[in-house]
Design a protein around this ligand. Structure first.
Ligand code: ADP
Length: 165
C-alpha cells in the first residue's frame, strides 16, 4: 500500500490544488492532504477553516484524508509511515523552490521521494493569493475555486475586510 502526502498552505484550496488531489488519489492508495502550518507565514484562513474547505471539496474521493502539522513535513512523513511526497508544479516559478525543498526533505529523510505532478494548462497561473485578492476586490472567483466553497470564501473575506475598515 502506497501512502502519499500532499503538503501545502491551501489558504484556501483552489481548483489547481483539487486537480492535483484528484490525480494523486488515483496514483496512490491513500493521499493525505496536509495543511502545513508555518508560524512565520500569516494566513487568511485558520487551519480549521482550511481543513473544512478541503474536506468539503474532497468528500467524494474516498482515499483522501485531510490533516495538519506544525513541524517539519519529514517528521510527519516518518511518524505516519508515508511513502511519497506529492507536489504540484505550475509555471517555471515553482520549480526553484520545489526542487530545493525536495532535496532538503530527501537529505533529512533519505526515503522521502517527491513526485511532481504538472499543473494542467487551466490552472498553471492560479494561486491561493490570487483568489484572495480577486475576492477581496469583489471579483468573480468562480472559475478558480470549487463551487461548494465559493460563497464561504467570499463571505469570510468580506467579513474580514469590514472588520479591518
Ligand atoms: P499557493 O499558496 O502558492 O497556492 P500552496 O502552498 O497551497 O500554494 O501549494 C501547495 C502545493 O500545491 C505546492 O506543491 C504547489 O506548487 C501546488 N499548487 C498550488 N497551486 C497550484 C495550481 N494552481 N496547480 C497545481 N499545483 C498547485
Amino acid at each position: 500500500m502506497k501512502k502519499a502526502i500532499y503538503p501545502g498552505s491551501f489558504d484556501p484550496v483552489t481548483n489547481g490544488h483539487l486537480e492535483i488531489i484528484r490525480r494523486g488519489a488515483m496514483l496512490f492508495d491513500q493521499l493525505i492532504v496536509l495543511i502545513s502550518v508555518n508560524p512565520n507565514k500569516q494566513s487568511s484562513f485558520s487551519v480549521e477553516e482550511r481543513a473544512a474547505f478541503l474536506r468539503k471539496v474532497c468528500y467524494d474521493i474516498p482515499n483522501v484524508r485531510v490533516d495538519s502539522c506544525s513541524g517539519l513535513i519529514v517528521d510527519y512523513f516518518r511518524s505516519h509511515e508515508c511513502d511519497i511526497i506529492v507536489k504540484g508544479l505550475r509555471a517555471m516559478s515553482d520549480f526553484e523552490t520545489e526542487f530545493q525543498m525536495a532535496h532538503v526533505n530527501k537529505h533529512l529523510c533519505p526515503r522521502a521521494e517527491t513526485v511532481f505532478l504538472c499543473a494542467d494548462s487551466q490552472s498553471t497561473y492560479l494561486s491561493s493569493s490570487m483568489v484572495r485578492q480577486i475576492a477581496m476586490f469583489g471579483g468573480d472567483i468562480s472559475p478558480f475555486v470549487p463551487e461548494a466553497i465559493k460563497d464561504d470564501i467570499i463571505k469570510r473575506l468580506d467579513r474580514t475586510n469590514k472588520e479591518e475598515q
